[in-house]
Design a protein around this ligand. Structure first.
Ligand SMILES: [Zn+2]
Length: 61
């Protein structure tokens, strides 16, 4: 287990978007599947943030 001394925000600015932060790839993928189901869409992907040690969901359109 890693400990972080600094505060880890739950959201992160990516360009002009304030994106939700997921701690792990598995968590982001699970959230992506739920969002796909809720919104009747597909093709959501997850990626590791370049600004921090966390993951985001990206839509492919
Ligand atoms: Zn981020």
């Amino acid at each position: 287990m890693k400990r972080f001394d600094k505060y880890e925000p739950e959201r992160c600015w990516v360009g002009e978007q304030h994106k939700i932060v997921y701690a792990t790839k598995e968590e982001a993928e699970a959230a992506a599947r739920v969002a796909e189901y809720d919104h009747h869409i597909s093709g959501l992907t997850v990626y590791k943030c370049e600004y921090g040690d966390h993951w985001h969901i990206a839509s492919s359109h």
